[in-house]
Design a protein around this ligand. Structure first.
Ligand SMILES: [Zn+2]
Ligand SMILES: [Zn+2]
Length: 173
């Protein structure tokens, strides 16, 4: 403890406090869970007020109950559905109709997101959103590669929207 902070602890009503992580940054803001002082950079705004990064992480760990197997399932379902769906779209020769691709992608993405969510027992993993979205894109990439439909912008627009919706489903409640 430096002389300066020692003096401050002696003087309660005029106390100058510093961030627990950055001792050179003055702050009066405290984590509402553990009470430590934190600077603007360390504070995380949550629905229940400002908290430090460690507390946010701890609460997240209780929230994210997904297992490694869930990630594998999420990826496999996403990639398989995207591959089969992409194949059908190419076979139907409708990927050139961009507007149709955009409108069709929204319910398709919602349905796939819900399907994946059920497949993983409605558990969320810290990275399930990213893994499932990557599955969609990789599945779509695989089918465009195999069918030679790589130049189909419509299919990529479709896959992009579906991937974004799947991502959003796992990020939000
Ligand atoms: Zn805290
Ligand atoms: Zn800080």
């Amino acid at each position: 403890m430096t002389e300066q902070t020692y003096e401050q602890t002696q003087n309660d009503h005029d106390e100058v406090t510093y961030c627990a992580v950055h001792p050179d940054r003055e702050t009066g803001l405290r984590c509402n869970r553990c009470g430590r002082y934190m600077c603007a950079q360390c504070a995380v705004q949550t629905p229940v007020g400002y908290r430090c990064r460690e507390c946010v992480r701890e609460v997240d760990n209780k929230f994210f109950t997904g297992t490694l197997a869930d990630s594998v399932v999420a990826f496999a379902v996403a990639a398989a559905v995207a591959a089969v769906g992409g194949f059908l779209l190419i076979q139907l020769r409708i990927t050139g109709i961009l507007l149709l691709m955009i409108f069709a992608a929204i319910p398709a993405g919602g349905a796939l997101a819900q399907g994946i969510f059920r497949a993983v027992g409605k558990r969320r993993g810290r990275y399930t959103a990213q893994i499932a979205a990557a599955g969609v894109l990789i599945g779509a990439a695989g089918v465009t590669f195999l069918t030679g439909g790589f130049r189909s912008i419509g299919l990529w627009v479709f896959a992009g929207i579906v991937a974004a919706l799947v991502y959003g489903r796992f990020r939000l409640n």
